[in-house]
Design a protein around this ligand. Structure first.
Ligand code: KG4
Ligand code: ZN
Length: 341
């Protein structure tokens, strides 16, 4: 089955073509156009700017995805699109484009929840070697700019939310702390870079909710603790910036890992699936492996290729292959507030 996927929920415009065969995904193309340059100038995303950029990029990324896959639009069997959550103006560009394609090509649409899409980035390079197979039950940690969620997957199409953030998302915490440290937007990759030169003994920040019995997260207190520290310091030089970046990154990673491993233990997870922009963080990945080894946990840990952690259409097309729920164009609409169904 050849699937064309589209992702336009925020500031990336992406189109991808995959072939799904016997539960394996062959990636034919995955084109991502980012409007990050525009948002760097404003220090964050202004929704109307993001939507205007989506309109510029949507047709060129579809054309490029077809060209790279060496396919024609008529070779497509099925269409997939992110229908929420996200910015309404951005979402509408992808949703209305896919509806038009569906109407003209007479092909069904599989609408995909963006957060579930992130989880399926792990299945893009799924190959049938036993050591690389994702077995269920699985615990999925979705850590992005807008969400920090823990999900229990009993199977494809059978998942439930077991925990989430009560305030800021992990990526949002990285971005806000980045701003306090005068680092460029987005803060996550910049904090990771700065933290490499940090002194681990200089600062230690609180780990909110780390010992709570549930699987919830909270990151706004951490941001406030960093704010207080930066207010005490007169000159935020390169070394202090690195030291704070490292301490903040350590605090975020510590809580994410502790709660995820606890969930994996409780639900006897065979797999742990990391996903979302924050999962591109190498220290997070390394620490996950290290700490699950120390705890002698049997769950296999998966993380997508870094290019598939941030928003892309390959993950959306892949999610649609494993969760087939075809709809006619008349039944699909954007839902910016969508949570987990
Ligand atoms: O998943 P994503 O591309 O977009 C959303 O759906 O939100 O995630 C973007 C978030 C941003 O907050 C960004 O700072 C964070 O992911 N991020 C990182 C890294 N790369 C991106 N956070 C920590 N370390 C990174 N290397
Ligand atoms: Zn995302």
């Amino acid at each position: 089955m050849i699937i064309l996927g589209i992702e336009t929920s925020c500031d990336e415009t992406s189109a991808a073509i995959i072939e799904g065969k016997n539960e394996e995904i062959f990636l034919k193309s995955n084109i991502v156009a980012s409007s990050m340059e525009t948002h760097i100038k404003t220090g964050g995303i202004i929704p109307e700017n993001a939507a205007r950029e989506q309109i510029k990029f949507i047709i060129p990324v579809i054309q490029e995805a077809l060209r790279k896959a060496e396919m024609k639009i008529n070779d497509i069997d099925s269409l997939a699109v992110t229908f929420g959550p996200g910015l309404i103006g951005s979402l509408l560009v992808g949703v209305e484009t896919i509806k038009t394609l569906s109407f003209v090509l007479k092909k069904p649409i599989i609408p995909v929840n963006h957060m579930i899409g992130h989880v399926y980035a792990n299945f893009v390079s799924e190959i049938s070697k036993p050591e690389s197979r994702i077995d269920f039950p699985a615990i999925a940690l979705v850590v992005s700019g807008g969400h920090t969620d823990l999900l229990l997957f009993k199977n494809h199409n059978d998942y439930k939310l077991i925990g989430g953030t009560r305030d800021d998302a992990a990526g949002e915490a990285f971005d806000k702390i980045g701003r306090l440290l005068n680092l460029p937007y987005p803060g996550g990759p910049e904090i990771e870079k700065a933290a490499k030169n940090g002194n681990p003994k200089r600062f230690r920040f609180p780990r909110p909710l780390i010992g709570s019995a549930d699987f919830d997260f909270s990151f706004s207190g951490l941001k406030t603790a960093v704010l207080r520290e930066t207010q005490k310091i007169k000159i935020l030089d390169k070394q202090i910036t690195s030291d704070i970046a490292l301490a903040a990154q350590d605090a975020i990673i510590d809580v994410l890992i502790k709660k995820t491993l606890k969930a994996a233990k409780k639900y006897n997870a065979k797999s742990i699936l990391l996903s979302g922009g924050v999962a591109a963080n190498q220290s997070l990945r390394d620490e996950f492996h290290l700490r699950s080894k120390i705890q002698d946990l049997k769950s296999k840990i998966f993380a997508p290729a870094k290019s598939l952690c941030t928003d892309n259409a390959a993950m959306i097309a892949t999610a649609s292959y494993f969760n087939q729920n075809p709809k006619s164009w008349k039944e699909v609409s954007a839902d910016p507030e969508l949570y987990f169904q």
